[in-house]
Design a protein around this ligand. Structure first.
Ligand code: SF4
Ligand code: SF4
Length: 180
């Protein structure tokens, strides 16, 4: 008989003990963050996704050389003098950047690529939420140049170099004749 009443008492008491935590938490501020409506404020020097402002990239390859995991891949073609533009930092753009890829799957967020950049055009952004259903979606292509356009630029540079070499050969031939 005593056991019978004890069981009834425990039937009431046990849920009350279980709910005591719930009751206590009802009256303190919530610690759950309602992501994505709410977000953590990240430290100012956080390392996140990279971005390259191609308008200011001079194709110097310093970032590519600094990367310890070789996840930056850049191709360049020499610009002929008429095509040389200037960056906002006043650097001459003597090269066309025909490819600038960063494989963010390999990237270890070390930030080493950003320091040597002479025009400060490669930097880490506050964004950390990019995702992709496959790993190729995380290869960022900062240049959208077709292979045909890159080949055209290459051919133009080759023709310019050939014309320059011919002009120099002619000039040195002329000076040799004059000396003789
Ligand atoms: S952050 Fe580091 S690993 Fe990532 S691209 Fe730059 S140098 Fe390479
Ligand atoms: S270091 Fe800067 S300017 Fe040079 S290739 Fe890299 S992003 Fe472009």
């Amino acid at each position: 008989m005593l056991q019978y009443f004890r069981n009834i008492w425990e039937g009431f008491w046990t849920p009350l003990v279980g709910l005591s935590m719930t009751w206590r938490k009802l009256f303190v501020p919530s610690v759950t963050m309602q992501y994505p409506e709410e977000r953590w404020e990240l430290p100012t020097n956080s390392r996140m996704q990279l971005f390259v402002n191609m308008d200011d990239c001079i194709g110097c390859l310093q970032c590519e050389r600094a990367c310890p995991v070789q996840c930056i891949s850049i191709d360049t073609v020499k610009a002929i003098p008429d095509e040389v533009e200037e960056t906002t930092t006043g650097h001459k753009k003597r090269l066309h950047v025909t490819k600038f890829d960063i494989d963010m799957v390999k990237c270890c967020y070390c930030d080493l690529c950003t320091f040597p950049c002479p025009t400060e055009c490669i930097y880490m952004t506050p964004s950390f939420e990019d995702s992709s259903p496959d790993r190729y979606g995380l290869v960022y292509h900062f240049v959208n140049m077709t292979p045909q356009r890159a080949a055209e630029l290459e051919e133009k540079a080759r023709q310019f170099d050939a014309a320059e070499a011919a002009r120099k050969a002619k000039a040195s031939e002329k000076s040799a004749t004059a000396t003789a």
